[in-house]
Write a protein that binds this ligand. Structure first.
Ligand code: ATP
Ligand code: MG
Length: 159
């Protein structure tokens, strides 16, 4: 359905407001001027955003920050990224992080809850919608997950 991007990002931040307040995380949503609405499968994209924000919260310590940003990339696709100031991911693990059940060393994930499925589900949804997802991370500095979605439908509909 036609979705207001700013509203969608604020909604996902609101869904996690309890944990955000509890960990004193500062969260910011940014919508660049080159996009305002898009035709999206709202339930599915909400699930992707939820998984990414849940990770950002889980793997960022108290007082950290999270930024959710949307815009249009150089290929004219919708691009949304979730950046955190968290613990980061070691280089050797980055390429496997989207695999099902893959988690970075059990010691740090043990008490976190979860199954290691969040990112693989996110990737499946994004791929099914014709987009791509990638992750950049620096150990002890933070992570940034970026996904893209085509905006083709809007053009066809003349919206
Ligand atoms: P689930 O999402 O099923 O609850 P999970 O969060 O462990 O469990 P994924 O979301 O697939 O699983 O993430 C896989 C692993 O990648 C995590 O266990 C964690 O080690 C690492 N990871 C994911 N996102 C981040 C992040 N933002 N910062 C640091 N590490 C992360
Ligand atoms: Mg997760």
């Amino acid at each position: 359905q036609e979705t207001d991007i700013a509203e969608m990002l604020e909604d996902v931040a609101d869904r996690f407001s309890f944990q955000i307040r509890q960990k004193r995380i500062s969260i910011r949503t940014i919508v660049r001027r080159d996009i305002s609405t898009a035709w999206l499968d709202r339930d599915q994209i909400d699930q992707v955003l939820g998984n990414l924000v849940s990770n950002a919260l889980k793997y960022t310590s108290e007082g950290g920050s999270i930024e959710i940003e949307a815009g249009r990339n150089s290929e004219g696709m919708l691009e949304i990224s979730v950046r955190d100031s968290g613990i980061g991911i070691p280089k050797k693990d980055i390429e496997r992080i989207f695999e099902r059940f893959y988690r970075v060393d059990k010691a740090r994930s043990r008490n976190m809850g979860g199954t290691g499925l969040g990112l693989s589900i996110a990737r499946e949804i994004v791929k099914a919608h014709g987009g791509a997802i990638s992750l950049q991370s620096e150990l002890n500095k933070g992570s940034k997950v970026t996904f893209t979605l085509p905006l083709e439908k809007q053009r066809r509909d003349g919206a």
